[in-house]
Design a protein around this ligand. Structure first.
Ligand SMILES: Cc1ncc(C[n+]2csc(CCOP(=O)(O)OP(=O)(O)O)c2C)c(N)n1
Length: 972
C-alpha cells in the first residue's frame, strides 16, 4: 500500500474497474471499523482521505505488460496485476496466521500433516514470476532492505512461520502487541543468533540433562524418576528464563511443575546436589515395583515430593553491571496435576506486593515472576488451568505475566491426545486469554531458547503471560517401570531409533564446525565423572540426606495473647471509619446504615457483626499487620454487611475508609474475586504461605461452594504442614446455617473439616457473637507469623449477622478474649438442679436461646433443670472447658448434642466420642437433630421450619429427659 508515493495525484486515481470497487469496499469497511482492515490499508486510507466523487477517478495509462519492478516505477496499474498484489497480500496474511500448521516442530513426525494449501502461492494462482514482479514492500511493509521482491518476502516469511516455530498470535486483540510479536518473529529473532560460546554451553547442558537420567537409570535400577528424556530442553529453557528475568531485576522466580522432569530441574536449575538426590534413591525402599504406577506411589514420595521444603531455592548471583540476587523457588506439589498453578500465582503476587503502607498494596511486577510448567494432557483437561489463566488481568491477582511451558510429550499416562482433548493443540485454551503461543520442537534447542527470549521480552514489555508449547516425546513409559509398548507400540518402536536431543544437537554443532567428536566425547566424560563422584560419595558416607524442616516443634495455643483494644482507641477508629472525602456521595441508604455505627460504642449500645469485623480489621492494620481479603463479592459481602468499598452515586468513584485510616500502618487489600473457588482459594493460600505476616482471608459466597476447592483444602491447606512443613494462617470464611434456603446454601459441610482435622493442623470455629469474631480475627493476626499459625476455618453466619442476639456490648471488645466455649447467659445458675446439659454450636444455639424467652437476660426458674453450652471452637476440641462444665453438675442425667445438620453431617460424629469420654457411666449421651440424610437440607421452607421446630422443642422439652440410667445413648 505505497501507492501514495507514486503519484502527485490522488492515490485513488491509480485504481479503476473491479480493483477500484475492491478498494472502495475496503474503504467502506475502514469507515465502519478501522480495525477490520489490514494495517497497510488502514494507514493508507488515513492518509488518502475519501475517494474523489464518482466519475472523478479515471483510468490512467494502460497496464504495464510486464508488471513493475519497484515502487517508483508505478505509474499505472494493470487490474490483473493489482489482483496479484492483493492476493500476495492475502498469502502473507495466511502465512502469518496459519503458518504454524505447517511448522516443522514435531520431533517424531507423528502427526498427519494438515491441509496447508492456503499457504501456497498456487492456491492464489500466483506464479514465481508473479511474485518476483511484486515489490516486497507492497506485501510486507517492514521487509528488510535485502528482501526486494515478493518472492523473497514470501520465502522469508514461510521460513519464519513454517520451519522451527509455530507462531500463534492472531488471537491477540491488542494491535501493538500483535505487531510487536510479528516483528520479533520476522526480524527480531533472526538478529539474535546465539554465539558459538552459547551454543557449546547449551550442548553441555543438554548432555548433563541426559546423563543425569541415564545415570540414575543404571545406578538405581527399577526406581521411578519420571524422566525428562524427550523434553530435555526444558532445563536449558529454564536456565535462560532465570537468566533473563534476573537480568531484568526479578528478585524472586517462582516455579510450579509436576512430576515429569522434576528431579532434573531440581538438580540443574535449583541446585539440589547430585549427592542429595542419589542419597534419597539410595535410601528409598526400592520396593515400590508392585505399587500402582503413578507419580503418587512411594518411589516418588519418599525423598523428593512429600518432604520437599517449600523454599527449595537456589541463590544465584548474576554479574550484570551490578550484582543481582535472585531467589528461585520450586513450589511443593501434590500429585493433583495443575493445582499448584494458583499457589504459584499467589506466591508471585505476594512477592511483588509492597504491604508496608496503608491503602492497597503496591505491586512491582518486575520484582518477581512466575514460571508454570504443564503436562499437555493436564493443561487441556484440568479445569484449574483455565481458572488460573483467568487471573491474568484481574487487579487483585495479576502478576505482570506468567511464563507457561507445556512440556508436551503428546501422551497422558497411556492416553493419546485424540482421547484427551477436543482442541487441535494442547495449548488452545490459552487463546481465549489472548496469550501469545509458540509451538517449538524439543529437539531444536536453539529454537526453544529463541522462544524463551521472546517470552521474556514480551513479559518485560507488556507485562502479560506467554506460552511455549515445547513438543517432544516421552522416552520411557509414564514412569520407568511401565512398559509403554503395551499401549503405544508403533510410537515406541520408532522411538527406539530416535537419537536424544543432545546427540542431535551435538551433530549440528559438529556440522557447523564448532566442536569435534573428541571434544564432545570429552564433555560427556567430564559429566559422567561428576555423577560417578557424587554416587561414590553417597555410598561411602552412607548418610541419609535429610530435608530441612521449617519447624520441628511448634508451640501451640498460647493463652496470653491480648486481643482486646481500649475503648478510647476503638472510638477514635470508629470515628475515622465514618469519614469520606469531601464531595464523595455515598449511597443514601447505605450512609444511613453506616452512620448508625457512630454511637455503637457508647454505653448501652451494641456492636453488630459487620462493625465487629471492621473494627478488627482496623485495629489489626493499626498493629502493622497487612490484610488481604478476597472472595466473591467480598467488598460488599454476599450478605451486604461489610460495605468496605463505597461507591460514589454520581461518579462511580470508589473509596474505602480503611485505606485512609490514619491509624493504619499496613496495606489493606479487598478484592471481589472471579467466580471460582479452587483457584482463588489456592491463590490466597499461596499468598499467605509466601507472606506469612499478612492476614489473608478467603471468603466463600456460601460455605458449600468450598467443595469446589476441595483439592486445595485436602492437598494444601490441611496437609501442607505435615507434608512440607508449609505453614499457613489462612482464614476461610464459610457462611453456614440452616435457614430454609434449600439443599445448597445451608451447610458449609462442617463435618468435612472435622474429618480432616488431626495433628493440630487446623482451627475450626462456629461463632455466636460479634465480640467472639473480633477477638478471633485479632488472635489469628497475632499468631500468623509464629509457629502457632494454623489455617482457621470459620463457619460464618448468614441471618445471624443481623440478629440482635449476636451483637456485643462495647466492653466485650475492650476486655476479654476469644472463648472456646460460651455458656448460655441466664441459665445453669442452680448447678444442683441441672439434669440436662446441651452442647451445640453455631446458629442452633441462638434458636435455642430465642425459645427460652429470656427476660432481662435471665431464664425463668422453670428452666433450672437445663443448661446450654455453645462450643465455639470445635477443633482443637476444648476438652478442659467441657470437662469442667460437666463436672459442675452433680445431678446430670444426660448430655445432648443438638445440631441442625443431619446426623451423618455436622459435628455429631466428631463430638460424640469426645463427650462420651468425659461423662460418667450413668449419664446418657444423646443426639438431637435431623436424621441421616444424603442431601444436607430440605428444599422446602415449610419442611425446614417443621424440622427446626422439632429439634428445638425436643431439646427443650423436659418430658423427653432420659429415664434410663444405663448411660447408653439413644439416637433420635
Ligand atoms: C488431578 C489428577 N488426576 C489424575 C492424575 C493421575 N496422573 C498422573 S500423571 C497423569 C498423566 C499426565 O499427563 P500429562 O499432563 O500429559 O503429563 P506427562 O505425565 O505426560 O508429563 C495422570 C492421569 C493426577 N496425578 N492428577
Amino acid at each position: 500500500m505505497s501507492a501514495e508515493n507514486n503519484s502527485q495525484k490522488s492515490p485513488w486515481e491509480l485504481y479503476y474497474g473491479p480493483n477500484l470497487g475492491y478498494i472502495e469496499e475496503m474503504y467502506e469497511a475502514f469507515l465502519q471499523n478501522p480495525e477490520s482492515v489490514e494495517p497497510a490499508f488502514r494507514d493508507s486510507f488515513a492518509k488518502w482521505g475519501p475517494p474523489p466523487s464518482a466519475g472523478a477517478v479515471v483510468s490512467v495509462h494502460p497496464p504495464l505488460a510486464s508488471g513493475i519492478s519497484g515502487s517508483d516505477s508505478i505509474k499505472t496499474i494493470d487490474p490483473a496485476f493489482l489482483k496479484k498484489i492483493v492476493d500476495a497480500g492475502k498469502l502473507v496474511r495466511n502465512i502469518r496466521t496459519y503458518g504454524h500448521l505447517a511448522a516443522d516442530n514435531d520431533p517424531l513426525g507423528l502427526v498427519a500433516p494438515p491441509d496447508t494449501r492456503l499457504l501456497e502461492p498456487q492456491t492464489f494462482k500466483l506464479s514465481q514470476d508473479d511474485l518476483e514482479s511484486i515489490p516486497a514492500s507492497l506485501i510486507w511493509e517492514e521487509a528488510p532492505g535485502t528482501i526486494r521482491t515478493g518472492a523473497q518476502a514470501i520465502a522469508h516469511l514461510k521460513g519464519v512461520y513454517t520451519n522451527s516455530f509455530g507462531f500463534e498470535f492472531g488471537h491477540i486483540h491488542a494491535e501493538d502487541e500483535r505487531i510487536w510479536l510479528h516483528r520479533q518473529a520476522e526480524i527480531g529473532m533472526a538478529s539474535k543468533q546465539m554465539s558459538a560460546k552459547e551454543r557449546i554451553a547449551l550442548l553441555d547442558r543438554l548432555i548433563a540433562v541426559e546423563q543425569f537420567e541415564t545415570f540414575l537409570h543404571r545406578a538405581f535400577v527399577g526406581q521411578k524418576r519420571f524422566s525428562i528424556e524427550g523434553t530435555d530442553t526444558l532445563v536449558p529453557m529454564l536456565d535462560e528464563i532465570v537468566r533473563e528475568l534476573a537480568h531484568d531485576g526479578a528478585k524472586h522466580i517462582l516455579m510450579g511443575m509436576a512430576h515429569r522432569g522434576r528431579l532434573n530441574v531440581l538438580t540443574h536449575v535449583l541446585g539440589k546436589p547430585y549427592t542429595a538426590i542419589f542419597s534419597e534413591f539410595h535410601h528409598s525402599p526400592n520396593k515400590e515395583k508392585d505399587l500402582f504406577p503413578s507419580e503418587g506411589a512411594m518411589g516418588i514420595n519418599i525423598g523428593w515430593t512429600g518432604d520437599v521444603k517449600y523454599h527449595l531455592g537456589a541463590h544465584r548471583s548474576l554479574q550484570e553491571n551490578e550484582t543481582v540476587e535472585t531467589r528461585i523457588s520450586l513450589a511443593n506439589n501434590p500429585s493433583h496435576l495443575e493445582y499448584v498453578n494458583p499457589i504459584v500465582e499467589g506466591y508471585t503476587r505476594a512477592a511483588q506486593d509492597d504491604r508496608s503502607t496503608s491503602g492497597y498494596p503496591k505491586p512491582d511486577f518486575g520484582s518477581a515472576a512466575a514460571i508454570l510448567m504443564h503436562g499437555d494432557a493436564a493443561f487441556a483437561g484440568e479445569g484449574i488451568v483455565g481458572e488460573t489463566l483467568n487471573f491474568k488481568k484481574l487487579p487483585g491477582y495479576e502478576n505482570g505475566g506468567t511464563i507457561h511451558i507445556i512440556v508436551n510429550n503428546r501422551l497422558g499416562f497411556t492416553t493419546e491426545s485424540s482421547d484427551s482433548r477436543s482442541t487441535y493443540y494442547a495449548s488452545d485454551l490459552a487463546k481465549g486469554y489472548e496469550i501469545p503461543i509458540v509451538h517449538v520442537s524439543a529437539d531444536d534447542p536453539e529454537a526453544c531458547i529463541a522462544a524463551v527470549r521472546m517470552a521474556c521480552e514480551y513479559r518485560q514489555k507488556f507485562h502479560k503471560d506467554f506460552l511455549i508449547d515445547m513438543i517432544g516425546y516421552r522416552r520411557h513409559g509414564h514412569n520407568e517401570t511401565d512398559d509403554p509398548e503395551t499401549t503405544q507400540p508403533l510410537l515406541y518402536q520408532k522411538l527406539r531409533k530416535h537419537p536424544v536431543a543432545a546427540r542431535i544437537y551435538g551433530e549440528r554443532l559438529k556440522e557447523k564446525g564448532l566442536l569435534s567428536e573428541d571434544q564432545i566425547a570429552g564433555m560427556r566424560q567430564a559429566g559422567l565423572a561428576k555423577l560417578q563422584a557424587a554416587l561414590d560419595e553417597v555410598k561411602q558416607n552412607d548418610k541419609e540426606y535429610k530435608q530441612p524442616k521449617i519447624d520441628e516443634k511448634s508451640k501451640r495455643r498460647k493463652k496470653d495473647i491480648v486481643t482486646s483494644v481500649p475503648l478510647k482507641k476503638l472510638k477514635e477508629i470508629n470515628e475515622e471509619l465514618l469519614k469520606w472525602p469531601e464531595g464523595f456521595n455515598v449511597y443514601e441508604k447505605l450512609e444511613r446504615i453506616l452512620m448508625r455505627r457512630s454511637t455503637a460504642l457508647e454505653n448501652g449500645s451494641k456492636v453488630d457483626w459487620g462493625l465487629a469485623e471492621t473494627l478488627a480489621f482496623a485495629t489489626i492494620l493499626s498493629d502493622g499487620t497487612p490484610i488481604r481479603l478476597s472472595g466473591q463479592d467480598s467488598e460488599r459481602a454476599t450478605f451486604a454487611f461489610r460495605n468496605l468499598v463505597l461507591h460514589d452515586v454520581e461518579t462511580n468513584a470508589t473509596f474505602s475508609p480503611l485505606h485512609k485510616l490514619p491509624q493504619a500502618n499496613a496495606s489493606f487489600a479487598v478484592h471481589n474475586s472471579p467466580l471460582a473457588e479452587a483457584s482463588v482459594l489456592g491463590f490466597d493460600y499461596g499468598y499467605n504461605v509466601f507472606s506469612p505476616e499478612t492476614l489473608v482471608i478467603w471468603e466463600a459466597q456460601y460455605g458449600d461452594f468450598a467443595n469446589c476447592a476441595q483439592v486445595i483444602i485436602d492437598q494444601f491447606i490441611t496437609a501442607g504442614r505435615v507434608k512440607w512443613s508449609q505453614k499457613s494462617g489462612l482464614i476461610m470464611l464459610l457462611p453456614h446455617g440452616y435457614e430454609g434456603q434449600g439443599p445448597e446454601h445451608s451447610s458449609a459441610k462442617l463435618e468435612r473439616f472435622l474429618l480432616l482435622a488431626a495433628e493440630d493442623n487446623l482451627t475450626i470455629v462456629n461463632l455466636t457473637s460479634a465480640a467472639q469474631y473480633f477477638h478471633l480475627l485479632r488472635r489469628q493476626a497475632a499468631i500468623i507469623n509464629t509457629d502457632e499459625a494454623r489455617p482457621l476455618i470459620v463457619m460464618s453466619p448468614k441471618s445471624l449477622i443481623r440478629n440482635p442476639s449476636i451483637t456485643s456490648d462495647p466492653t466485650e471488645f475492650s476486655h476479654g478474649k476469644f472463648k472456646l466455649v460460651l455458656e448460655q447467659p441466664g441459665l445453669g445458675q442452680r448447678p444442683d438442679q441441672v439434669e440436662r446439659l446441651i452442647f451445640c454450636t453455631g446458629k442452633v444455639a441462638i434458636d435455642l436461646e430465642t425459645a427460652l424467652e429470656l427476660k432481662d437476660g435471665q431464664a425463668s426458674d422453670a428452666w433450672n433443670w437445663l443448661h446450654i453450652v455453645r462450643v465455639e471452637q470445635l477443633y482443637p476440641f476444648p476438652k478442659t472447658d467441657i470437662e469442667e462444665i460437666i463436672k459442675r453438675y452433680p445431678k446430670l442425667k444426660e448430655v445432648l448434642w443438638v445440631q441442625e445438620e443431619p446426623q451423618n453431617m455436622g459435628a455429631w460424629n466428631y463430638v460424640e466420642p469426645r463427650i462420651r469420654a468425659r461423662v460418667t457411666k450413668e449419664t446418657t449421651v444423646r443426639y438431637i437433630g435431623r436424621p441421616k440424610r444424603s442431601s444436607p437440607a430440605s428444599g422446602f421452607q415449610y419442611v425446614h421450619n417443621m424440622e427446626q421446630q422439632r429439634i428445638i422443642s425436643v431439646a427443650l422439652n423436659r418430658s423427653t429427659l432420659t429415664t434410663t440410667t444405663k448411660g447408653e445413648n439413644s439416637h433420635e
